[in-house]
Design a protein around this ligand. Structure first.
Ligand code: PLP
Length: 344
């Protein structure tokens, strides 16, 4: 791996970050806060929230087995994705490489940051070999994006290939594990101690049932996390989100039950869907959704919208012609979808 200084944009490496009022006194017990121009009334919403979300990180650290200093929390994973570009990629000079098809935000954020985005096509099993990803890199490639389980295909990317990429590439490898709780694979975050160029993304938006509160996580070396912390907005995760996250994280039993039900429903849906007249193929999945090739994706999508049922039409995505991406819902919701498709 290149040194972190070589990977970081020079202006970011030398950046003196904004120092907030609450950052400066840390370590002392205090009870009179006249430092931040807050209103003394309307407690607790009058106070700025913890800029580094330490309580949430402590809790996450125990659940995820990652040291708190190796955790970044952001306004959804989207913030952690955008920060890769803002911290490490020089506009109009550096580039990133990603599997294709995959989650759209990697490319949108590259475009916004004016950073070249290089696609590497998955094969017919939606897999990629390490050599193909590495061959797309040059000396200006700062990062490789791997989403596993992948969106919109649903499958996990072969772990041996991911490891090969991490070991052979001299830049950052970001593994997006938004769907890891639904997967047979174990999280790759176990290897953070071994690989200092690895960034793992997870989120409260899927298995944790908390998309509304916007809380995404990045796990990485503490050096990478300090660069993230330097560039992020000082109060990027608001108090309501931090409180709700603490609540959510103290009840892991619910999450286990939800995942169990969704996995049962997923297996039922995969079989039932494959039996439909309109279904040509159901792809294997490790996520809380599946991709299915149908006779005419646009027509079926429109038909379902008429019935008030919304799925994702992925027909215009590379390698996904005539594919619908279908999220696993409650048993009743899933049955409504099956019923509608049986009576086409
Ligand atoms: C849903 C999803 C996310 C989650 O994004 P948030 O901003 O945390 O809601 C991240 N990555 C992928 C691939 C996703 O599908």
């Amino acid at each position: 791996m290149k040194s972190l200084q070589e990977l970081t944009r020079p202006n970011i490496w030398s950046l003196a970050p904004y120092s907030s009022a609450r950052n400066e006194y840390s370590g002392h017990a205090a009870h009179v806060f006249l430092d931040a121009n807050e209103n003394p009334y309307n407690n607790p919403y009058n106070r700025y929230p913890d800029p580094l979300q330490e309580e949430v990180k402590e809790k996450l650290s125990k659940i995820k087995g990652v040291p708190a200093e190796c955790i970044f929390l952001g306004n959804g994973s989207d913030e952690a994705i955008d920060l890769v570009y803002r911290c490490f990629c020089e506009p109009q000079k550096d580039n990133v490489v990603a599997i294709c098809p995959t989650y759209g935000m990697y490319e949108v954020c590259a475009d916004i940051n004016n950073v070249e985005y290089r696609n590497v096509m998955l094969d017919e099993n939606y897999q990629v070999c390490a050599d193909k990803l590495l061959a797309a890199c040059d000396s200006n490639t700062k990062a490789i994006w791997i989403c596993s389980p992948n969106n919109p295909t649903g499958n996990s990317i072969n772990r041996e290939e991911i490891i090969k990429v991490i070991e052979a590439f001299d830049g950052l490898v970001i593994v997006d594990e938004a769907y890891i709780d639904f997967s047979r694979e174990v999280t790759i975050s176990r290897l953070l101690g071994k690989y200092t160029n690895l960034i793992v993304l997870q989120t409260l938006s899927k298995a944790w049932g908390s998309a509304a509160i916007r809380l995404g996580m990045a796990f990485a070396s503490k050096e990478i996390i300090s660069i993230y912390n330097k560039v992020k907005y000082p109060y990027n995760v608001n108090l309501l989100t931090q409180q709700q996250a603490l609540n959510r994280l103290s009840n892991t039993y619910d999450v286990e039950q939800w995942v169990k039900m969704l996995l049962q429903e997923r297996s039922r849906m995969l079989s039932a869907f494959a039996e439909l007249k309109i279904c040509e193929k159901v792809y294997p999945t490790d996520a809380n959704f599946f991709l299915a090739k149908v006779t005419d994706a646009q027509k079926i999508y429109d038909y379902l919208v008429e019935k008030g049922i919304i799925v994702r039409n992925r027909t215009r995505i590379s390698l996904c012609q005539n594919c619908l991406r279908i999220t696993i819902g409650t048993r009743d919701e899933n049955n409504e979808l099956l019923g509608a498709l049986r009576s086409i």
